[in-house]
Design a binder for this molecule. Structure first.
Ligand code: HEC
Length: 175
């Protein structure tokens, strides 16, 4: 009896392990990478106090009332990668002017696309992250961290929606 229980438990743990490994995003490696990325963004003036910003503009669902988007090279482990950073602003009194004057006050989220050559050809090698204003990684309603290949399925994740972007590179806005 004992043996059967042990085998069952083993099989159960193995299954859970496989499900975890198969999770397309929010796994340990993705979370670790996203945490390091935030630190690098802060050190490169792409995030945090006095970071580079664009002219704020009126946004569209789901990205927030007022947005600002910047793009450029970022040095990750000695390699220059392309990053697109969209900051999402909201809250009472939010407008293009108030955000331009005091971005930190209205910042709600920071969504990032980082091009990592060799990461995943099918999704154009983009690494997706959604940070909260304080730089911690946001989660979906299931509690999964929004870092990595987020997400092809429903409810519409980054990839599911960005697939519709013109030009086949999953990017909506061009320079
Ligand atoms: C339901 C559709 C939808 C979902 C879901 C979505 N986006 Fe977007 N995203 C857009 C649209 C539309 C734009 C261009 C709009 C704009 O800039 O005003 C955009 C723009 C962006 C940009 C600027 C580059 C570009 O494509 O123009 C980044 C970065 C970005 N999104 C990241 C993310 C991340 C990360 C997620 C998931 C956490 C996500 N998006 C989820 C629709 C979506």
């Amino acid at each position: 009896m004992k043996t059967i229980q042990t085998i069952c438990l083993g099989a159960l743990l193995l299954t859970i392990g496989m499900v975890n490994a198969a999770a397309p995003f929010g796994g340990d490696a993705d979370v670790k990478y996203a945490k390091n990325l935030w630190t690098t963004m802060v050190n490169s003036s792409y995030a945090g106090k006095d970071s580079i910003m664009s002219q704020p503009y009126k946004g569209q669902h789901p990205h927030g009332a007022i947005l600002d988007t910047i793009r450029g090279p970022i040095n990750i482990d000695g390699r220059l990668l392309n990053i697109i950073i969209k900051r999402n602003y909201g809250g009472p009194g939010v407008s293009k002017e108030t955000v331009a004057n005091d971005p930190e006050k209205y910042l709600k989220a920071v969504t990032v696309m980082l091009k990592r050559p060799g990461y995943d050809a099918e999704t154009k090698d983009w690494f997706w992250v959604k940070y909260k204003a304080d730089g911690s990684i946001d989660t979906n309603p299931k509690g999964m961290k929004l870092a990595g290949k987020v997400a092809k399925g429903k409810p519409k994740g980054c990839i599911a929606c960005h697939t519709a972007a013109p030009g086949g590179d999953m990017v909506f806005t061009s320079n």
